[in-house]
Design a protein around this ligand. Structure first.
Ligand code: OGA
Ligand code: FE
Length: 294
């Protein structure tokens, strides 16, 4: 008998990329995180293309992936939080973010790690077909991107540590995201990461992300057949994916483009949490970090 759920190690799917367009010679891509009043400016100037991509299962890859070479790596992470605790922001702050600080400090051999934001994603049954209504929870990101630029990371550090940022920025800084399923195994819209060794700098385009209280800069990605995409088949809730957006160390710039894809044989809706963490290597006394935003 054929089992009802079966491994789909290597998947042909589709992902969305920034369209190659002469518009980007005169405009920077941007997106507003809120509905602008009136029709002053459109909410975004993005133009996308949906491309077929082959996504390979890291469990079957004959290579070890590392943050500094490939831009991502997986780590065992057993949170003390139970599934339902993740819907309590205080518990996330007091337990989960502390766990991530320790994990990331150890993995990156860093002096300080400061979590910025935590995004709980629960796919809505209607996603990716937009109903025009706002979803209660963040949705998977079909558009490939890199979370923040190096310049954006520097500006965040200036806001977190206004008095010592100059000292901090003399040493290595990084921004690392930790992505973890809330329920495993993930068999619905998993996260795919691009091996940074296969990402051409020419396909990486800075873009503005503007909220009402704060603006950041991330990267959007042009598709290129040389890109190699990976995911972890049936990722469990204790299998954390760490991926890097920015690194000031010129020799280890591995930036990780990522996005979610429809794996086809979906059972249930994907639920996950992702947290961006500023990683600092300066050997100083760190004062209490200020608020970045939100
Ligand atoms: C992220 C991200 C998209 C998703 O964690 O930074 O872009 O689908 N996630 O989970
Ligand atoms: Fe992201």
């Amino acid at each position: 008998m054929i089992p009802t759920t079966f491994a789909k190690p290597n998947v042909r799917s589709q992902m969305a990329f920034l369209k190659r367009d002469t518009l980007w010679e005169s405009e920077k891509p941007y997106k507003l995180g809120y509905e602008p009043i009136g029709d002053a400016i459109p909410r975004t100037n993005h133009k996308y293309v949906v491309q077929p991509v082959d996504v390979s299962d890291v469990r079957q890859a004959h290579q070890k992936f590392t943050l500094d070479r490939n831009g991502f790596e997986y780590h065992h992470l057993r949170s003390e939080l139970k599934y339902e605790d993740f819907f309590d922001n205080d518990k996330i702050a007091s337990v989960y973010l502390k766990e991530l600080r320790e994990l990331v400090k150890t993995v990156c051999m860093a002096k300080q790690a400061v979590p910025l934001d935590a995004e709980i994603r629960r796919r809505h049954a209607d996603f990716p077909t937009s109903t025009g209504e706002e979803y209660q929870f963040a949705q998977p990101s079909f558009l490939t991107h890199i979370d923040v630029t190096l310049d954006g990371t520097r500006r965040i550090i200036q806001k977190l540590y206004p008095t010592v940022s100059e000292e901090i920025l003399k040493s290595r800084i990084e921004c690392v995201t930790v992505w973890k399923p809330l329920v495993g195994p993930v068999q619905d819209w998993p996260l795919a990461v691009c091996d940074a060794m296969t990402l051409d700098d020419a396909d990486v385009v800075p873009a503005d992300v503007v909220y009402q209280k704060v603006a950041t800069e991330n990267y959007l990605i042009h598709h290129n057949v040389n890109q190699k995409w990976y995911y972890m088949d049936r990722q469990e809730d204790h299998e954390a994916l760490l991926f890097k957006a920015a690194d000031s160390d010129a020799g280890r710039t591995a930036r990780c483009a990522h996005g979610s894809f429809n794996i086809g044989n979906s059972t249930g809706m994907r639920e996950s949490i992702d947290v961006r963490i500023i990683v600092m290597h300066a050997d100083i006394e760190y004062p209490q970090a200020g608020k970045w935003a939100f």
